[in-house]
Design a protein around this ligand. Structure first.
Ligand code: UDP
Ligand code: MG
Length: 313
């Protein structure tokens, strides 16, 4: 019997439809792994209720009462997926921690492959999506483009087509706990930490029930956290954009004067277009600077990352 303590962290937001099946599959897997001696009986499954308004807390707190290996945390409100994962990781005191979604899109069976990779020396075993089932072509295309844009922007290589589904060795998980930034992008933070990261390929399943809890607003927010949290390139790029607009404006000015002299078309028409273009560039530049300022402001306030209202273990 091994004494490897494995912690699995699952953030849950309004997931009453999926939790029965998810907990059943996870508890079965834990039972099998414990009886085979792959992991210690002290291993835990940590469900974090991210301020759900449905029966999520009722379900996970009952699971925690009925099963020794289940722990449940409840946020005081919806703080977001990345912070729910953070709270679960703060709670995890194992030899390895696994982060996975509660909707079974990350199949629990892949956990065994991640543990194998970890036993063979990986510090981080991250799930690499070979194929994404049941997602729209638009979502797949935007995700494909985003991961590549992110890698172009980021100062640290962030693995392509990879979400937060991963195993972290205790050493990495402990370092993770030290990173207390408010606008979090966990897969980027994992890349920033370095260590020996190994891909574990898997097919991303369809959500087992219910609808996505990632609204467009939340998705855009996460995408922005990835870019602004891991790159200062946007600031450099707006400088170059300003220079490019300046050059175009100069050429336009010459063209306007020449055109007005030859054809008699009033020059101010061109000037209006140039002004509007310039205003657009200035507003974009202010937006980019604002994104960084807002992140600084969030840090300066020094508030806790999340608030736990209740716990059951
Ligand atoms: N989630 C969360 N808080 C949120 C939104 C989502 O804890 O504000 C959880 C959700 O319950 C799920 C995981 O994050 O376990 C991923 O969300 P979802 O499956 O809805 O995202 P998608 O897979 O559609 O991108
Ligand atoms: Mg999902």
């Amino acid at each position: 019997m091994k004494d490897t303590k494995l912690f699995v962290v699952l953030p849950c937001y309004n997931e009453e439809e999926v939790l029965g099946e998810t907990s059943k599959r996870l508890l079965e897997l834990y039972g099998k792994m414990i009886s085979e001696g792959t992991v210690s009986p002290e291993s835990k499954i940590v469900f974090v209720d991210d301020g759900s308004r449905d029966r999520t807390w009722e379900i996970i707190s009952r699971l925690a009462r009925e099963h020794e290996e289940v722990k449940a945390l409840r946020f005081s409100r919806n703080f977001g997926h990345q912070l729910a994962v953070t709270a679960g990781m703060d709670e995890a005191k194992g030899d390895a921690v696994i982060i996975m979604d509660a909707d079974l899109q990350d199949p629990p069976e892949v956990i065994a492959d991640m543990v194998k990779a970890w036993e063979q020396g990986a510090d981080i075993a991250y799930g690499k999506r070979l194929h994404r089932k049941g997602e729209t072509a638009a979502k797949k295309l935007t995700a494909w483009c985003y991961y590549r844009l992110l890698n172009f922007m980021s100062a640290y290589p962030i693995p392509l087509d990879t979400g937060d589904f991963r195993l972290l060795d205790k050493a990495v998980a402990d370092e993770f706990k030290v990173l207390r930034e408010h606008n979090r992008f966990l897969r980027g933070m994992s890349a920033w930490l370095g260590y020996n990261a190994v891909p574990v390929e898997y097919v991303r399943e369809e959500r087992c029930a219910g609808k996505t809890k990632y609204t467009l607003k939340k998705m855009l927010r996460l995408a922005a956290d990835g870019i602004f949290g891991f790159s200062s390139k946007p600031l450099t790029l707006i400088g170059w954009a300003g220079l490019a607009v300046l050059c175009i404006a100069l050429l336009g000015l010459i063209a306007t004067i020449a055109c007005a002299a030859v054809t008699g078309v009033p020059g101010w028409l061109w000037a209006v277009c140039a002004l509007v273009l310039l205003d657009g560039v200035i507003l974009c530049a202010m937006g980019v600077q604002g994104a960084y300022t807002q992140r600084i402001y969030d840090e300066v306030k020094g508030r806790p990352l999340y608030i736990i209202k209740e716990r059951q273990s």
